[in-house]
Ligand binder design. Structure first.
Ligand SMILES: Nc1ncnc2c1ncn2[C@@H]1O[C@H](COP(=O)(O)OP(=O)(O)OP(=O)(O)O)[C@@H](O)[C@H]1O
Ligand SMILES: [Mg+2]
Length: 359
């Protein structure tokens, strides 16, 4: 397989008439990295992938592979492996012939084709299925054939556009694990598009959040989840409550903010000016129902408006003077299902809140 390939995008934009599908995107993907593009529908994920692949010509900006510009290269010269949504296998060709196809069009000698197809099918654990037709395979198996076909010619880089979206939940989870271990084994550079935030969090080395063609934030999953820069990122990656308030007092390690007549303490390195407006994000799992002699730094009273049972946890919606707050309570901490309308106090520690920007 090819050596590790680093890819960089330098201020790449794509204009379709009046619409800006990509807006000044710069990023670098390290060799061997698993980078995921995550964003709502229409945010430019496919356009970005297609620009890298060479099927879309950016209106401006540069794309470089190991420092060398590749904009002028047609897709087949870029030598990237691609798996697109829907996986489009040739229905009349066997699994082996499907996988052989990219080698045949490159004029690879027959003996070598046989050897490489065997290797690629082994990698996706479909060695025994070589002579079947696509329709004789399950969705997940077809998906793996598409993957083998993308890998067989030793691509520099793998581009995957929602490759698992057609699969059911269980198969999808299995394939996530397979893809990930596969990435580890062969050490290729992966650029992966998904709508699914759990998939993005669990599989990626880094995640790039896109919105309206702009790159909003790029970082390791834990950094994006624990330190989202904006309200949009906090909401898009996981669930979050938001409290908006005004800075009342500053302390050595944070500040106190006032929100709907209550004061809350925040611990963090940022130090906004007294009286400035702040928006604070609070993850539901960092909040708790206050019971016994537990005394979290911040508390607020409320009543249960809704709850749902999720197996491992209850998800409560609690009406308070600061609005409706979502609180996740592990099931084992709770006797039975909570009663709608019952009063309770919820609380959180000062280091649980995250200061975010409005979008
Ligand atoms: N060929 C085209 N001509 C005109 N506009 C286009 C074209 N391709 C994409 N667009 C527009 O560019 C924007 C980004 O599209 P893109 O397909 O990259 O989004 P996406 O993030 O992949 O969305 P999804 O999650 O729905 O697949 C959209 O507003 C889309 O309508
Ligand atoms: Mg798309």
């Amino acid at each position: 397989m090819a050596g590790l390939q680093a890819l960089s995008l330098d201020r790449v934009s794509k204009q379709y008439g009046a619409a800006r599908a990509l807006d000044d995107v710069s990023l670098t993907v390290a060799g061997g990295e698993f980078l995921t593009l995550l964003g709502p529908s229409g945010s430019g994920k496919t356009t970005l992938l297609m620009s890298i692949a060479g099927f879309v010509a950016p209106t401006s900006g540069h794309i470089r592979l190991n420092g060398q510009p590749i904009e002028h290269l047609p897709p087949e010269k870029r030598n990237f492996g691609m798996v697109f949504q829907g996986y489009a296998l040739f229905p009349h060709l066997t699994v082996a012939r499907n996988v052989a196809f990219p080698l045949e069009v490159r004029g690879t000698p027959r003996a070598e084709i046989e050897k490489k197809v065997k290797e690629a099918l082994g990698l996706v654990q479909l060695g025994a299925f070589a002579e079947r037709l696509p329709r004789q395979l399950s969705g997940g198996q077809q998906q793996r054939v598409a993957l083998a076909r993308a890998l067989v010619f030793a691509p520099h880089l793998m581009l995957l556009d929602e490759p698992l979206s057609a699969l059911d939940r269980k198969l999808r989870a299995d394939m996530q694990i397979e893809l990930k271990s596969f990435h580890r084994q062969i050490g290729l550079t992966f650029i992966y598009v998904t709508h699914d935030q759990d998939e993005a969090l669990s599989m990626s080395d880094r995640v790039a959040i896109l919105r309206e063609g702009k790159l909003l934030q790029l970082g390791p999953p834990s950094e994006l989840y624990e330190r989202p820069a904006t309200r949009f990122v906090a909401e898009f990656l996981g669930k979050s409550n938001f409290l908006s308030g005004r800075v009342e007092r500053r302390s050595a390690d944070g500040f106190t903010f006032r929100c709907n007549g209550l004061s809350f303490e925040h611990k963090g390195i940022d130090a906004p000016a007294i009286d400035s407006e702040v928006l604070m994000a609070l993850r539901p799992e960092r909040m708790r129902v206050v019971e016994g002699d537990d005394r979290p730094r911040n508390t607020i009273e409320g009543s249960i408006a809704e709850f749902s049972y999720l197996g491992t946890a209850f998800h409560l919606l609690v009406d308070t003077v600061a609005g409706r707050l979502a609180v996740t309570v592990p099931t084992w901490r709770h006797g039975g299902p909570p009663a709608i309308g019952s009063r309770l106090t919820v609380g959180w520690d000062a280091d649980a809140s995250i200061r975010v920007e409005h979008d």
